[in-house]
Structure formats: C-alpha cells, structure tokens
Design a protein around this ligand. Structure first.
Ligand SMILES: NC(=O)c1ccc[n+]([C@@H]2O[C@H](COP(=O)([O-])OP(=O)(O)OC[C@H]3O[C@@H](n4cnc5c(N)ncnc54)[C@H](OP(=O)(O)O)[C@@H]3O)[C@@H](O)[C@H]2O)c1
Length: 289
C-alpha cells in the first residue's frame, strides 16, 4: 500500500551534501524534513559507521521515511581509503537499513552507475554489476546489505548529477561553464554518462517517498552523451563561444559507458526525466536561481 498522504516526517541523511542540500531546498507540501550530516551543519550530526549512533538517531527522529544520501561519494577519496569507503557506503548503509526495518520505516537509499564496469552501457536494473573502482565496489556492497536488511527498501541508482554548486561540490557542469583559462578545456570523448540535473533527482525522490516502489530503480536522464559532446552542447546553450574543447581519451581504469536505461523509472514516476536539451536547460536555470 502506498504511504499515506498525511503530513509526514522524513529523515534525509547526507543533508549537507550535494543531493541532500537540494532535497532540503525542495521539500514538498505536507512533509517535514530532518537532515543529518557528519561534520558540517545540519539538524543532527551522526556517524553512519557507528551502529549505535545510527540506531539512536533513527529512533529519536521518529520519521516515517528515510532517504539515505550519506556516503563517501568521490571516486578518488574511495580509491585512497577503500576501508573507510566500505565502512560508510556498505556497512553504514546496512546499519541504516537494519534500523529502518526494525522500526518499520520506508527506506530509499542512493546508489550509483559506478556499480557497473562501463563496457556495455544502457544498463537495466537487473544487469550484472561488476564495479571497477573502490567507490563502485563499496556502493554495490551497500546495495546488497540494504536489501538484505530491509527487503522492502528502494535502491535508487543515479548518474552524474549536475547543477548549481552546493555544499562543497563542484559538479561537472561547473567544471565546464566556469572554465576561464585561455587553454582549451580537455574533456573525455569516450566517457558516456546519463547526466542528470540534481534537481530532477531530488524531485523524483520526493515523489518516491509517497510511492511503494521497492527493489532497484534507475533515475537519470533519458539520453546519454560523452563528456565532450555534453560540454559542447552546454557551452553553446550558455552562449559561451570563447571556450574551445579538446577531445581526450580517458586513461585506463575509468569506466567508459555507464549510461542507464530508465524505462522502469518512466513507468513509475510522473516526475519528467529530461533529455540532453532538458538537462542543459534545467542546469542553466538552477545556476541562475
Ligand atoms: N554526486 C553525484 O553525481 C552522484 C552520482 C551518482 C550517485 N550519487 C550518490 O548519491 C548520494 C548523494 O551524493 P552527494 O553527491 O550528495 O554526496 P556528497 O555531496 O559527497 O555528500 C555526502 C554526505 O554524506 C555525509 N557523510 C559522509 N560521511 C559520513 C559519515 N561517516 N556519517 C554520516 N554522514 C556522512 C556528508 O556529511 P558532511 O558534509 O558532514 O561530511 C554529506 O552530508 C550518494 O549515495 C552518492 O553515492 C551521487
């Protein structure tokens, strides 16, 4: 049965991060959101690697739904410290799932296109996962622990999110649009992603709070492109004729095509998932807000 439409309390973990900040900017009518962070400012601070801290926080908030965004989300940081990546992204997600299940709470947890290896592209939810970096491995392990501890949970895998700089995040769209040197902007021609506005992901998550969708769901743009093609289209839409893009091949060890098939999400969501033009338009609007 779908969650009731009466006013509800929703715990947003990782509320000081890129997606969490966006979620808190866009809380729908009828919902009270309570945010957690680790070290930065939020309603509550906790350490998701500490099961006692997780259980007591979830008990004290008394929410009906948890959106679990807290993560070590940077590939480089996870590569440098894979143990901490597993502690946060795998074990921590598992603790959140166990605590939410124990209290009968709906749980939506975030995962990533990086659970795939990028050799195929157009990934559907049931495709075999074979991550090639510590970040992807820790998130794939987190998916497993979440669904083992909370079989009714929803795992939302998303793609590279774009928009205005929030928290300390400098998204790919800013990397392109804020390029100010006279040197060409070097972008990978062989890295395909389903670039999606962070605002779209936030709106989809708020819609999913009130749904009963469970299992795994890919939420991303309906079209994918290479970093260099996307960069060119973004600069053109912004009227930036002063920046030259130089195509580069990505070095070994990076996933090539992580594009996500969003057929299931389109059948579940009324939130519109944009094409490339729609993504660019929303990113430019978001930056202007
Ligand atoms: N950004 C993307 O393009 C992207 C793409 C695909 C999937 N995702 C997934 O989407 C989710 C949100 O990503 P994001 O970009 O918003 O991440 P982010 O900006 O790096 O934010 C991470 C959040 O997690 C919190 N956190 C980190 N370690 C913690 C710990 N030990 N205990 C409690 N909280 C902790 C941080 O708190 P402090 O700020 O206090 O440190 C922060 O609020 C993640 O699951 C990520 O894997 C992101």
């Amino acid at each position: 049965m779908a969650v009731s439409s009466l006013r509800m309390r929703v715990l947003v973990t990782g509320a000081s991060g890129f997606l969490g900040t966006t979620l808190l900017e866009r809380v729908p009518e009828g919902i009270t959101a309570i945010g957690t962070s680790h070290r930065r400012t939020a309603d509550l601070q906790w350490d998701v690697t500490d099961p006692a801290s997780v259980a007591s926080t979830i008990q004290s908030v008394d929410a009906g739904v948890v959106i679990h965004c807290a993560a070590m989300s940077l590939i480089g940081a996870c590569t440098r410290d894979p143990e901490q990546a597993f502690a946060v992204n795998a074990d921590g997600a598992g603790y959140v799932a166990a605590a939410a299940a124990a209290r009968g709470l709906r749980l939506i947890t975030l995962s990533t296109d990086n659970v795939f290896d990028g050799t195929k592209g157009g990934y559907v939810e049931d495709d075999e996962r074979s991550p090639i970096n510590a970040y992807g491995r820790s998130k794939a392990a987190g998916e497993d622990l979440v669904l083992a501890n909370h079989p009714l949970a929803l795992v939302v895998r998303t793609a590279t999110m774009l928009g205005r700089n929030r928290s300390d995040r400098f998204p790919f769209s800013s990397f392109v649009l804020d390029h100010s040197s006279d040197e060409p902007l070097e972008l990978f021609v062989d890295e395909i992603r389903s670039f999606v506005p962070v605002t779209t992901v936030a709106d989809a998550l708020w819609e999913l709070v009130r749904s009963d969708a469970q299992g795994v769901l890919h939420v991303a743009a309906v079209e994918s492109s290479s970093r260099s093609d996307f960069g060119r289209a973004l600069l053109a839409a912004a009227g930036r004729t002063d920046v030259e893009i130089q195509d580069l091949s990505s070095p070994p060890g990076r996933a090539n095509d992580l594009s996500l098939d969003v057929t299931r999400a389109r059948s579940v969501l009324s939130t519109a998932l944009p094409d490339i033009a729609g993504t660019i338009s929303e990113v430019l609007s978001d930056r202007a807000r």
